[in-house]
Write a protein that binds this ligand. Sequence first.
Ligand SMILES: Nc1ncnc2c1ncn2[C@@H]1O[C@H](COP(=O)(O)OP(=O)(O)OP(=O)(O)O)[C@@H](O)[C@H]1O
Ligand SMILES: [Mg+2]
Length: 608
Amino acid sequence: MSFSFNPSTFWGGHAHFRHYREVTGKVFDWRITRRLLQYLAPYKLKMAEGVLLMLVSSGLALLAPYLIKRMIDNYIASKDVVGLGWMALLILGAYGLDFVVAWRRRLVLNTVGNNVLRTMRGQLFRKYQELTPSYFDQHSVGSLISRLLSDVGIINELLSFGIITMMSDFVLLLSIGTVMFLLNAKLAALTLAVLPPMALATALFGARAREAYRRTREKVSALTGRLAEDINAMRIIQAFAEEERTSREFDQVNRENRDANVHAVALASTFTPVMEILSTLATCIILWFGGRAVISGELTLGLIVAFLSYTARLFQPVLDLSMLFNTWQAAMAGGERVLEVLSIEPEIKDAPNAIELPSVKGHIVFDHVYFHYTPDTPVLEDINFEIAPGETVALVGPTGAGKSTIAKLLTRFYEVSEGAIYVDGIDIRQVTLASLRRQLGVVPQEPFLFQGTIAYNIAFGRPDASMEEIIQAAKAANAHDFIMRLPDGYDTEVLEGSTNLSLGQRQLICLARVILAAPRILILDEATSSVDLRTEGLIQDALEQLMAGRTSLVIAHRLATVQRASRILVIDHGRIVEQGSHEELLARNGLYAHLYRAQFLTAEPTPA
Ligand SMILES: Nc1ncnc2c1ncn2[C@@H]1O[C@H](COP(=O)(O)OP(=O)(O)OP(=O)(O)O)[C@@H](O)[C@H]1O
Ligand SMILES: [Mg+2]
């Protein structure tokens, strides 16, 4: 007899796409199980159908060998051809029904499984969107993705198939054992004597195999991680002509992955023959003891055939159960990770009594603001400033001084550690995040475009905008001309990483996006990278239009922007060290004058 043994499905679990981390959690955790089972609640009816179909299958599995026994012992023995024909038809019918039931069961469970999968993924994605930037600072993209894909996948495998297969295996084991004992206790006891060694072999092997497959998953994870990094870094690797060394490093990970797999397969390939030998032993026991009993007239031939047939069905459940053990364990670990994310309370969320921020004039106050990302490393200290409605204030200062951080506090991506920020006199912690952010337009330091058309990207903040409005915004951002020169104009697809657009072009599109959203308050984090003079001029013109009549906080790297600002705040080591107009600050001959001479004067010509 042969077993369907597919280690990669059971122990490895599609090792090539699952980024497993350690599966060492508790084998069974009732709290996790109960919460996971709740996902099945909406599908009670379907799960009941699954259980029913499972019972029918098990019943049929019991029935068929019994019918064969009857056929041999009654109808063949008494040469009843008509009865024999009916029996053959009945057996055919039983197998036919089994086929239909199995088909239906797979369909039902798959439907439930995919629905649960969708629900869980949807919940996780929503949760990701609620989480604050600080969460993403601390968790790798890889781990967040693997929760959504592989953890959820294995949980679903357990919920939809695992539980019912486990039930069906137990039912089968018990009922086949019972039927065998009812048919002939002595032969049953002899046959089932192979079960304990089989269980032992499975247990011994199972522990090693789990360890081996866990290692392969780790190695696959390492391999993909390494690959992702190398692909991203390909240009740098090539530029430094370090292909040889990175190949060697890659080869190391690659070799470890191979070794882990070979080891796992070696284990699996010794296990299968052991199981085969034990089941062959059971067959021989039946044939030897049973055969002699038939000769001596104690037992019937049909009984022997039925026993052989039952035995064949007995070992698959044993195998299944040992394999399901791992699915269960992995699902517990995955479940723990998924539920953990789902139960995170976002660090920054609407206060219980948060109000909608009414349409603002754009008056901003930073009142004794302190901030740190990690305790013990203050990033901002005692920041105080005020921006009048419509005013443009520039933040200037050395790299790492805390300028972008000030912008992030105003958008409430991070919460002030001490002090308060007011917009039109209202503490921003008292209003809903959405109503605050809708009135803020942010052009971040690194322009980000989504995959999708250029029109889609411009309209991101106002999806209902008409094509005309989109074009108008692009014109205002001085992006229209270059967009029209692209092969598909506004329908040009932005590739992953926006590789088909230059940095300057990306900035113009981001500007157009903010222009279209028409916020009351602008937060611009100018990129440090220099664009060509013409684009520079275009961006300046666009900014001019954008800032007219709006409150603007500009982190300025460009002289033109700095000079246009009514006030300049000079930030150094998280403090405001100087403030005033361009001329005043130059006259002071402090940090600003120093920065100005070192950076602006040499890097950029004074605009006419
Ligand atoms: N997410 C973060 N987690 C921890 N520390 C951070 C984080 N972001 C910034 N920092 C630290 O906070 C300080 C201020 O960073 P910030 O990005 O505000 O500087 P910046 O003035 O905008 O500099 P640049 O001109 O280079 O953009 C830096 O020392 C930086 O290392
Ligand atoms: Mg910055």
